[in-house]
Write a protein that binds this ligand. Structure first.
Ligand code: NAD
Ligand code: UD1
Length: 338
């Protein structure tokens, strides 16, 4: 089948592109390269072969989307295009709601006009807000996301719910990612953030290769076993397989479906640091700093619904995530520009 990937040159999109091509699908990628490089798509082509058509453009451009749907026999879309930097979203909420909510709605409109109703959407565990009971299940009540980025994702989730209620032809899979990290094991594609990374594993990996002097641990006084924040890190290759599994499920059914994509196990910041030291055999320089505003002490997924519905589960653990992330960073010290 032919699948449209918006944002298919980005970190997660490029790994899903690999998985789609490896599974024999044809893919159309739409990306404006505002946070990625066309090199990611070329490298995936080298790794997987197959047929990819690449469009440079904005997902909010309805005319471009109409042309893309008219030019290809697309039967499903996966929507990755969007902005994801929490600090930026606080500073420029209009941009974040414009791209994330406006972009999502532009895609939904173009899909409906083209008669394509199967959509997988990248959401986030941030929609659960701050909760005490762990693990998080899909039926846990949604909370108040701590920032405009999280709220923009929640808004798109709500639009999709309403759309499925209004028109029974839609078949929608909302994937709530926990903390994606890692890279394709070849080291050819991976996460390439612009500027200093804000997430733990990309930052720590840049410290490990000597690109940054030390990691700051944001708070060691949380109510967690060692006082540092606990997260459910999920390998991006496992995440990519989750997308294919969701697409397969949606082929047989209509309606609105939500799945957590996580491992079900949380690791603290100090456990991640020790993991990196294990993988590199070198000490990782770090120091304790104050808590980061808006951070939550701990959260991890109950991924059992994805297991039951999709036959999917994460197969890679923390050491695989760290080894693969570090390999990408070592081989591409400056990312795709290096
Ligand atoms: P990314 O920034 O690497 O990828 C997003 C891609 O979308 C980039 O290639 C960017 O150039 C493109 N893009 C941005 N605005 C666009 C626009 N208006 N038109 C066309 N293309 C546009 O991010 P990612 O980590 O791959 O995340 C993919 C999706 O998953 C995003 O929607 C993100 O919010 C969501 N998500 C990511 C994480 C994470 O930790 N990485 C967690 C939860 C959810
Ligand atoms: C962050 C975002 C969240 C987004 C998610 C995507 C914030 C407040 N939240 O979540 O909206 O959906 O990324 O993956 O930015 N840490 C350090 N030092 C660092 C970086 C992080 O100690 O340099 C700690 C954090 O305090 C946290 C853990 O590492 O305890 C993980 O942080 P991070 O990778 O940024 O992910 P989230 O906070 O879960």
């Amino acid at each position: 089948m032919t699948i449209l990937l918006t944002g298919g040159a980005g970190y997660i999109g490029s790994h899903v592109l690999f998985a789609c091509l490896a599974a024999g699908h044809e893919v159309v990628v739409l990306d404006d390269f505002s946070n990625s490089s066309p090199a990611a798509v070329s490298r995936v082509r080298e790794l997987a072969g197959g047929v990819v058509t690449l469009y440079r453009g904005d997902v909010r451009d309805g005319k471009l989307l109409a042309d893309i749907f008219a030019g290809h026999a697309i039967t499903a879309a996966m929507h990755f295009a969007g902005k994801k930097a929490v600090n930026e979203s606080v500073a420029d909420p209009l941009d974040y709601y414009g791209v994330n909510v406006g972009g999502g709605m532009s895609l939904m409109r173009a899909m409906a006009a083209a008669g394509v109703f199967r959509l997988v959407f990248s959401s986030t565990a941030s929609v659960y807000g701050e909760r005490v009971e762990m693990p998080l299940t899909e039926t846990s009540p949604l909370g108040e996301p701590a920032n405009p980025y999280g709220r923009s994702k929640m808004m798109v989730e709500r639009v999709l719910t309403d759309l499925c209620r209004a028109d029974p032809r839609w078949s929608v899979g909302v994937l709530r990612y926990f903390n994606p990290a890692g890279a394709h094991p070849s080291g050819r594609i991976g996460e390439d953030p612009l500027g200093p990374p804000s997430n733990l594993i990309p930052y720590a990996a840049q410290v490990a290769v000597g690109r940054r002097p030390q990691l700051l641990v944001f708070g060691n006084d949380y109510p967690t076993p060692d006082g540092t924040g606990v997260r459910d890190y999920i390998h991006v290759m496992d995440l990519a397989q989750g997308h294919l599994a969701a697409l397969g499920y949606l082929k047989e059914r209509t309606g609105h479906h939500v799945w957590n994509l996580g491992t079900g196990r949380g690791y603290s910041v100090l456990e991640v640091i020790r993991g990196i030291e294990r993988v590199t055999g070198q000490p990782l320089p770090w120091a304790v700093a104050p808590r980061r505003a808006g951070d939550i002490a701990q959260y991890w997924a109950d991924p059992s619904l994805a297991g039951k519905d999709l036959g999917w589960r994460a197969t890679r653990g923390l050491d695989d995530i760290l080894a693969d992330h570090l390999r990408w960073q070592q081989q591409n010290r400056e990312g795709y520009a290096g």
